[in-house]
Design a protein. Sequence first.
Length: 341
Amino acid sequence: MRPKVILITGANGEVGHGLIQKLHAMAEKPPVVVLDIRGLDESMQPLVDSTIVGDILDESLLDTLMSEYEIDTIYHLAALLSTHSEFRPASAHRVNVQGTINLLQLAIEQARWRGKAVKFIFPSSIAVYGLPDLKTKASVPPLKEYEYTMPTTIYGCNKLYCEHLGRYYANHYRQLATTPEPFGVDFRCVRFPGLISALTMPAGGTSDYAPEMLHAAAKGEAYQSFVRPDSVIPFMAMPDAIKALLTLADAPREQLTQLVYNVTSFSLTAAEIAALVKQAFPEAQIDYAPTPGRQNIIDSWPREIDDQAARNDWGWSPDYDAERAFHDYLIPTIRQRYGEA
């Protein structure tokens, strides 16, 4: 018999590392297979059952995965991030959209084999939003999942389209067939705000000015923010992002009233983030040199998002507000990372 496993794509990123650690810490450790084009950091490898170095665009590799494992849950984290995607929109589309279709097809085939839907956990982003101007951004209430979804970035377009692909594969796949798809995909999406991690270096996200400030200050390096001091978007500490993925994955299907859920924790301006950093690192040198492109993107994202549906349906609640995120998680962990007392 094929072993039943959890598959994590893009496992060598910020979210992947945290997810692997949490799954490994469970009392009943689920078998985990990871797939990443870069492989998996050596420190993470003892925490998983198998590491596959490969590309989610390689359909023959995915066929091999399907034949060797019974995949119960897919955490599809692999993506080309927002800033990199703007420089390579065609590549971004291939990775972010075609890669997701490949994984959804894998989930469908697995569901047929096992006679039961495969859970497909998908992280989306506030990049799916697109507010027209700063006046609107300042005046609108926290945005619900369906409001102002007019993204201005290829990454946001990709994520929004993949949310719709998830709905299609969950509810409408083969809708013209004589015999409807009997099992389908149990698609569940978490729409994240900007994520801040203390354990991994920023890797090309448009919201990365926040963690970049922290890491630069801890290393004693000057930092120039690529956004204005008054720039504001919602954020979340990385442990809460992992909690959201796992909590949504564990929720009974019958409790879920929608497939895409906002989650959030706190909203801060760049200046407020800099102030928190300087409390911990008084010598920190933080200046502002806004770049028009990334500034315009941040300005198009909401100040706050409404996550009431997640709170109602599956008990979502962040563990870290702004104060606790910085003082209990980010600053102590980053000090330790760089060998400070």
